[in-house]
Design a protein around this ligand. Sequence first.
Ligand code: CNA
Length: 380
Amino acid sequence: MEPGEIFKSMEELSGMSEKERSLIFNRKPNIETFISNVKKNKYSKILILAGAGISVSAGIPDFRSPESGLFHNLQKYKLPQPESIFDLHFFRSNPKPFFSLTREIYPSNFEPTPTHRFFQLLDQKDMLLRVYTQNIDTLERQTGMRGDKVIECHGSYATNTCLTCKRKYSQNWFKKQIFQSSDNVDDNVVIPTCLNCNGIVKPDITFYGENLPAQFGRMYKNDVNEADALIVLGTSLQVYPVAGIVDLVKPDIPRILINRDCVHRANYLGKLSKGTFEISTDGFWFGKKELEKHNYRDIFVQGDCDDVIKDICKELKWDEELNKLLNNKTKSDNNTPDNNGTNIKNAETEESVQNNNGKVTQGNGNDLSAMLDNLSLKNE
Ligand code: CNA
């Protein structure tokens, strides 16, 4: 189906009969009905899609929140535009802003939040299919949850590669380099350089226009077909292809968005004639009257994810378990690179998704470099 296609009936659009759609939430999709289904053990393969918002309470700013987001605070670097800080072309010519920012947001300075611990709890209860995180802060793996349960879709600071000779460097090596100076960050940024060839050593986080880690390409097709519920938290869903996961899961599973603002709504284009309407196939079906009328599975819970998660856990009587995890702060060395050398054994990051669809883009899945040319980032 093409976005914006005209559909004669909801059956045609969802591929499900009215009765099948009603079975999901009895036509009343809300967080209470979802919780009630959880209590009935209806979900054992929950897919999580997370973004920068889940780490805000840990002290790491997100990208796009007005006033507090990183993009708002990048003016001091005098970038052509905020996204340039994660643009490979710009980075090669001027890596200073990126390494300066890295000192501010470096992962080891932060602890997992209640939301991260909730993912761990789902894992312990064998209800978690997988966490797809767009975050690079490694807080999911720091919870100690099973390594194969987390896909760091945009890579992470855990491993690093020389841009020139591709030599790998450990997290500890990288950390020592960037924190070797205690002087003023803006004036004295250390650029980590390769011991082999003097090239710039870049953390294996995915910059705009770069390919996603191979693990993403290998896993997501199966996972979207297997999931029996999707929970999306703390993301503006503007970066593709990860944001597309929302639209790839099966039409018969619930989709829950927990976020400060309502994002990624379907585009209802209006009723054309009796029984015929035009609607985009992408996006959530809440937040607009005409969409709500047809909504059978999408739930929006507005608020800070930690608060919402704590409320959900309370309702499920999981709050004690969540608190225990928060207090125990089990750290994991799962997937953690060796801590003294420069030889990373985990070759995962060396491969990457080798097609255009796997490239990180912003907006509606178009290539970001093209979008950077016309400076118009497409929002919903
Ligand atoms: P974004 O575009 O900044 O969107 C964040 C979303 O979260 C917004 O809709 C906010 O309203 C919402 N939000 C902020 N705080 C909260 C909160 N406490 N509770 C609920 N919602 C909240 O960030 P995205 O993740 O959508 O963008 C993807 C980028 C962000 C990825 O490529 C990341 O690498 C990148 N990023 C990562 C980190 C990190 O690793 N922690 C930090 C900043 C940016």
